[in-house]
Design a protein around this ligand. Structure first.
Ligand code: SAH
Ligand code: SF4
Length: 376
């Protein structure tokens, strides 16, 4: 007989309280359960010792506290760990742990595949299979904590190395808005994972109306995948630009709540040889971002088999970075992590289903921007 138990992971506080009310339990039981699930990382109801045994048994009959399983794991020489996580229905998505000296970020995926077809991105060659649920997103971070043995026990003051979340894996997070919002609210909840909004960064290709809504409802740090300073080039590299051109995108950034010099918006800029790495590009970039509290992350392009671009040579990257600095913009070159395990977006899941490139290129050439779940 198939397992009909439902997963509690990813339910908002209100929905968890409603589940407990349906079992005839009072609200403080939902609070206790929340603590076990998100603060202690416990998945087995039998271990939730502050709950009475009959309640634990009732919960175990009806529910599970899920985790994705590890389908593949790769560890880079620089300590970066990449997991290919498998969800209950067999679908898979990637997450990456990027350790730094005193902290570490887990980069999570929001969709299996992506509807967009950014030409430099490997995920863009994969069909959108489905959105991930809030539980599957928060589950990637929690499974990383499981793997690193980072759940607190009462009274321990251990420094957590998995301190940050970057929503920068496979998929366009703002096309899966509700689930991403719920997952991040769960991650920020002080009585659970307790990751502050300053330690979470969401990266988007530029879904303008949803940037505004995200700013009002969630307001974590924001990163924009910019990659071009002219609409003609950005239209070519990132088809979403045809719907939300640069002027609209930058206006939404200007309005992003609580963006300030202490809390700047990150603009990601991939340097592609001979495409967007000229002196004129640097000047235009500085001009465009002139009145936005901004910092630029220069990303070395991570090439993949079949892509038509080449990375800018290191000397050109340094020149570009120096030029931006002269113009008053902080623009470090991000050290590529996990190169030996192809840690850029979508590259571990390389054997997944693909849309033939020729078909996607033809759609792009015809000006067809893929459907975005009615989000825009
Ligand atoms: N869809 C979102 C988040 C996922 S992509 C977005 O587009 O922002 C995460 C980041 O990886 C983006 O900045 C994207 O431009 C970058 N990226 C994609 N392909 C890459 C590649 N081959 N090399 C380096 N960075 C890449
Ligand atoms: Fe999708 Fe982001 Fe890749 Fe573009 S860069 S195809 S939006 S995952």
């Amino acid at each position: 007989m198939s397992d009909r138990r439902t997963d509690l992971l990813g339910l908002t506080r209100d929905r968890l309280a409603a589940e407990m009310a349906a079992l005839g339990e009072r609200p403080f039981r939902a609070k206790q359960l929340w603590h076990w699930i998100y603060h202690r990382g416990v998945t087995d109801f039998a271990d939730m010792t502050s709950l009475a045994r009959p309640l634990r048994e009732k919960l175990a009959e009806r529910h599970v506290v899920g985790r994705p399983t590890v389908a593949r794991r790769q560890r880079s020489a620089d300590g970066t760990v990449k997991w290919l996580f498998r969800f209950a229905d067999g679908q898979e998505a990637e997450a990456v742990h990027i350790p730094e000296e005193d902290r570490g970020a887990v980069c999570i995926s929001t969709q299996v595949g992506c509807t967009l077809t950014c030409r430099f991105c490997h995920t863009g060659t994969q069909l959108l299979v489905r959105d991930l649920t809030a539980g599957e997103m928060v589950g990637q971070f929690m499974a990383a904590r499981d793997a690193c043995g980072e759940w607190p026990t009462p009274g321990d003051g251990t420094v957590r190395h998995l301190s940050n979340i970057v929503v920068m894996g496979m998929g366009e997070p703002l096309f899966n808005y509700d689930a991403v919002r719920d997952a991040l609210r769960i991650a920020m909840d002080n009585e659970g994972l307790g990751i502050s909004r300053r330690r979470i960064t969401l990266s988007t290709s530029g879904v303008v109306p949803m940037i505004r809504r995200f700013g009002e409802e969630v307001n974590t740090d924001l990163a924009i995948s910019l990659h071009a300073v002219r609409d003609d080039l950005r239209n070519e590299l990132m088809p979403i630009n045809r719907k939300y051109p640069l002027a609209d995108l930058l206006a939404a950034c200007r309005d992003y709540p609580r963006a300030s010099n202490a809390r700047r918006i990150t603009f990601e800029y991939l340097l592609l040889k001979g495409v967007n790495d000229s002196e004129a590009d640097a000047r235009e970039l500085a001009r465009l971002l002139g009145d936005i509290p901004a910092k630029v992350n220069l990303l070395p392009f991570n090439p993949w088999p079949g892509c038509g671009y080449r990375p800018s040579p290191p000397a050109a990257m340094k020149r570009f970075s120096a030029r931006l600095n002269d113009l008053g913009l902080s623009a470090p070159i991000r050290v590529p992590r996990g190169r030996d395990i192809m840690a850029a977006c979508g590259q571990l899941k390389s054997d997944s289903r693909r849309d033939p490139m020729s078909r996607r290129r033809a759609r792009l050439a015809a000006g067809i921007v893929d459907d975005c779940h009615g989000a825009c």
